[in-house]
Design a protein around this ligand. Structure first.
Ligand code: SF4
Ligand code: SF4
Ligand code: SF4
Ligand code: FES
Length: 958
């Protein structure tokens, strides 16, 4: 039987209190936490009170008057949603008087509502319809001819939902959802009394307003006023399954609501611990790419990249790839091939790719796209705390008093967490932002950063060390915490180092561009403002000193005692859905699953026994090393699953030249992505809707990905890797991803207690999950002691990047993301999200623009020592003079043609955030763009011409 996951609406939010009250409702005795509404207490007793304006994700509002109750000894009919339960109360929810009052309320609503229930898109899922039934409404005495809003126009401007004002009952749920849940404040109620109507902005269409299309209002609406267009098109869903968003590292849980094998809508799951029923535009609406016509669903092969692609069977494609890999190894040695896995893949898929490389390829040449985002987090937190992971749950931010955001733009890249953070900030938590740009958080509705340290790109380490200088020299250290929890020798050395005058805010100000007084004030606030939590992103890691900066952050948190309890901690905001998992699963060349070095004989022996092979004790090649080795002629075969290095990695021309030097590139992906255009074998991938597995979010939370439709190409990604291993002569045999997880758990101490059964039961599990932890794993890390024992301080000497501004390249380009697009854009570009952002633009300060006669929307040539490209200009004061910004979501933009191959000293994470450039107005695309356009057209034609199976076999045999 098809599953249908039911949500129960308790009417008002859960209250937490040590105090309890016992009362009687309709003769039932019920005990609830103090502060609980009568409506929710009644639900606890199994009694549903009619309601319209209340829902348990929002604070009660008390406007519809449908939930009236009688309380013994009290006059009148209070609203149960806004009346708190009190000890000894005797409440009645169903009396003839109440019934009559409610019927009267409903009559008024219905007299101004179109009576088209049978053809309404919400038919069967409308709370107004339900309440008409519950209250026994049979007629509307006022008739339907009075003043009404039945002719109010529809707003269809948003591509994902409609706003049909004629159906609005002005319950205010949408307005409150936008304020309380999302924190955007895009909606208001305009007018008074009968004239009051919901309005985006100042009576604007949704698309012209501040709305960010998170959909919280649509979900909150009890009628068909705000309705998903897919529901209008397809009708109400028939069944549903819980799964996990495949976009960012927040890892929101969703209920995929289906009709047959078709998704009708994605509804954020309220029991999902990462998101508690909220979502952003990407997860909620941008899933149409899964069935986009660009999907390639047939395996394809070709001998040379100038040949047409030929569609073949799975077996032919896999056998061809395996024979090519073995041929290359026979000729050029065992180390001449490798694999790249992706943070978009499930844990199980990633585990299998690294196993394939280590056991079947017989080398450690495996890497992941975490190389280019959070590898410095792995190094920095591993060195200081002993493990590479965020220390908190997202919920922990609700207990933070000071929030320090460094090099992250959560409103764009981690929107659901941003909403949670904004809620805490509106409650009064203080905010410090360290970022070269004026990101949204610095000044957004009801939020104003206390301090914005608008540093020059590339000077993070100077800033963090000068913050530490203030903590040490102004006596703000958490001495007792340090004495108990941290290594004394390293602390003493660090203290002496940061206290040096050259590390003071005054000495560093000319370097960082941050006024010394601002740095001092921020340090004082962080150290003395109560629970202080750090959230950081790629603006920290993607630098030549990325690892040093992560260490600096860990030092600061330890020095102020801000690790190991709720409300504090060090939290890397992971970019992609499974960055954490990809790292955990051993996809770096030097580490086996669970961050254990490949040179550790005991660990290696364990894997050798389980896998039945001898493992190479030497770390293999990282992605940049693979590319260099390709050009040197020693690395000639690559298996690349779910990753698009041509678009995402720096110095595009170096990447493409390296790929052209290889003999067999196997790409496994949903689309013929930029890397696939250089490939010899294409293996169709499966979207997150087409497979089972798990993702691990930035909280270390392992959640299930569930198959809701069959794989379009017939196989899920993990099955393809299994087939490839077998074709290479290394047997793999799993019936289901749960078996892969069982193997992971048996070989990885921090996953020992992780099973699919446990995840099914509890919804999710946070690692470490072993015999020392509770069943659900570990919410907060380093509680009594650090994973490594004593926390280790490490000196963070600021070293200016080699990427310096010069007369030739006088400006600094930094890169980042935008809300509606995701990473290389392969998914979001194939959805209506492109209506918000259809091209990458160059942001430039008015001063820099004026000096170069650049106006809004002008085409601007951007040149670095790596290459040239052309983008249109956005002239904005979000930028500081001397600094430019762009996104990298469109291949033709060539943002990474500009970025250089400078990288982090410890991990090779590219220095995306600092590229010295010059810009000038131009009239035509760059040479690279012209050649990209030609190559792209050719490659699409070669794929289009793919001949059928038999012809293909003959061609490859030739
Ligand atoms: S979609 Fe989100 S941002 Fe837009 S109006 Fe609704 S709640 Fe507000
Ligand atoms: S749009 Fe929906 S949620 Fe908003 S006031 Fe109207 S009926 Fe209520
Ligand atoms: S916040 Fe991230 S995980 Fe959540 S819905 Fe948006 S993209 Fe998906
Ligand atoms: S549900 Fe209580 S007043 Fe509307």
């Amino acid at each position: 039987m098809l599953e249908q996951v039911k949500d129960i609406d308790f009417g008002t939010p859960r209250r937490v209190s040590a105090q309890e009250v016992t009362l009687e409702i309709d003769g039932e005795t019920v005990t609830v936490a103090a502060g609980t509404s009568l409506m929710r207490a009644a639900m606890d007793a199994g009694i549903q009170v009619p309601k319209l304006c209340a829902t348990d994700s929002l604070e009660p509002f008390g406007s519809c008057r449908l939930c009236l109750v009688e309380i013994e000894g009290r006059k009148g009919f209070p609203a149960s949603c806004t009346t708190p339960a009190e000890a000894g109360m005797k409440v009645r929810t169903q009396t003839p008087k109440l019934q009559s009052l409610r019927k009267g309320v409903m009559e008024l609503y219905i007299s101004d509502h179109p009576l088209d229930c049978l053809t309404c898109s919400a038919n069967g899922d409308c709370e107004l319809q339900d309440m008409a039934g519950v209250t026994g409404l049979r007629e509307v005495r006022y008739g339907l001819d009075g003043a009404n809003h039945l002719k109010s126009p529809k707003d269809e401007s948003n591509p994902y939902f409609t706003f049909d004002a004629s159906k609005c009952i002005v319950c205010n749920r949408c307005v409150r959802a936008c304020e309380e849940t999302q924190g955007t404040f895009a909606l208001t109620i305009q007018g008074r009394g009968f004239e009051s109507r919901v309005s985006p902005g100042q009576n604007q269409p949704f698309m012209d307003s501040e709305c960010v299309s998170c959909g919280a209002c649509v979900q909150a609406c009890p009628t068909a006023t705000l309705q998903e267009k897919t529901v209008i098109l397809l009708g109400q869903p028939e069944h549903s399954k819980i799964t996990t968003c495949a976009y960012c590292g927040v890892g929101c849980a969703f209920k995929a609501e289906m009709k047959g094998n078709e998704v009708v809508r994605m509804v954020p799951w309220k029991d999902g611990k990462a998101n508690e029923g909220h979502a952003c535009i990407k997860g909620r609406f941008a899933w149409g790419y899964a069935t986009h016509k660009d999907r390639r669903t047939k395996p394809m092969i070709r001998k040379n990249i100038s040949d047409p692609w030929q569609e073949v069977s799975w077996d032919e494609a896999i056998n061809y790839a395996a024979s090519e890999f073995r041929r290359i190894q026979a000729k050029h040695g065992q180390d001449s091939i490798g694999g790249i896995t992706s943070s978009r893949c499930t844990n199980e898929e990633t585990y299998l790719v690294q196993k394939l490389v280590r056991a079947a390829f017989g080398n450690n040449n495996v890497d992941t796209c975490a190389r280019v985002c959070h590898s410095p987090t792995g190094y920095g937190l591993g060195q200081t705390f002993g493990t590479s992971a965020g220390t908190q749950t997202f919920k922990s931010v609700e207990k933070a008093d000071v929030i320090l955001v460094i090099g992250a733009n959560p409103s764009a890249a981690h929107p659901v967490f941003a909403s949670r953070m904004k809620k805490r900030l509106r409650e009064g938590a203080r905010l410090i932002v360290i970022d070269p740009r004026q990101i949204d958080l610095v000044d957004s509705p009801h939020i104003q950063a206390d301090y914005h340290l608008q540093l020059k790109p590339g000077t993070n380490v100077a800033v963090i060390t000068s913050l530490a200088h203030v903590v040490v020299t102004e006596g703000l250290l958490a001495e007792a915490y340090i004495a108990e929890r941290c290594d004394d020798t390293s602390f003493q050395q660090w203290r002496e180092f940061v206290a040096r005058p050259e590390n003071s805010p005054e000495a560093m100000a000319p370097v960082t561009g941050v006024p010394a007084e601002t740095t001092r004030a921020a340090a004082r606030l962080y150290a003395t403002g109560g629970n202080a939590a750090i959230y950081y992103g790629l603006g920290v890691t993607e630098h030549a000193q990325g690892s040093t900066m992560v260490i600096g952050i860990a030092n600061l948190a330890m020095a102020t005692g801000n690790v190991g309890r709720e409300g504090v901690g060090v939290n890397p905001l992971r970019g992609q859905n499974n960055v954490q998992g990809a790292c955990d699963m051993g996809s770096f060349p030097h580490e086996l699953p669970g961050y254990r070095h490949i040179s550790d004989t005991t660990v290696r022996n364990q894997f050798e026994a389980a896998w039945g092979v001898t493992l190479n004790p030497e770390p293999g090649l990282r992605i940049p090393n693979m590319l260099d080795a390709a050009q040197a002629g020693t690395f000639l075969g690559l298996y690349c699953e779910g990753e698009d290095i041509v678009q995402s990695d720096p110095n595009t021309q170096h990447v493409t030249a390296s790929l052209m030097a290889m003999e067999c590139i196997v790409v496994q992906d949903l689309f013929l992505n930029e890397t696939a255009k250089y490939a010899h074998v294409f293996l169709p991938g499966s979207s997150f809707l087409e497979k089972d597995g798990t993702f691990t979010n930035a909280e270390r939370r392992i959640s299930r990905v569930r198959k809701v439709m069959p794989p379009q190409a017939g196989l899920s990604d993990w099955e393809v890797t299994v087939k490839l291993a077998n074709a290479l002569g290394y047997p793999m045999d799993y019936a289901h991803p749960r078996d892969i997880m069982a193997e992971i758990a048996s070989l990885t101490p921090s996953f020992q207690g992780v099973t699919y059964a446990k995840i099914e039961k509890h919804g999710s599990v946070q690692w470490p999950c072993n015999e020392d932890t509770e069943a659900l794993g570990t919410e907060i890390m380093h509680v009594d002691q650090f994973v490594r024992g004593k926390g280790r301080f490490i000196i963070t000497q600021y070293v200016a990047t080699d990427e310096k501004v010069t007369r030739k390249f006088p400006l600094i380009l930094t890169t980042g993301r935008i809300l509606s697009q995701y990473n290389v854009g392969a998914q979001t570009r194939r959805t209506d999200n492109s209506q918000w952002h259809s091209e990458d633009r160059l942001e430039i300060h008015p001063h820099d623009a004026e000096e170069r006669s650049i106006r809004q929307d002008d085409w601007v040539g951007i040149e670095s020592r790596a290459g040239q490209t052309v983008l249109r200009a956005v002239v904005t004061e979000r930028m500081q003079p001397g600094v430019l910004y762009t996104t990298f979501h469109f291949p033709e933009s060539g943002a990474n043609v500009i970025t250089t191959d400078n990288s982090d000293w410890a991990t090779n994470c590219p220095e995306y955030k600092v590229t010295a450039v010059q810009v000038m107005p131009v009239a035509q695309p760059s040479e690279w763009q012209k050649s990209y356009s030609r190559f792209n057209t050719e490659q699409l034609a070669l794929a289009k011409a793919a001949p059928p199976l038999d012809a293909a076999s003959a061609a490859v045999a030739r």
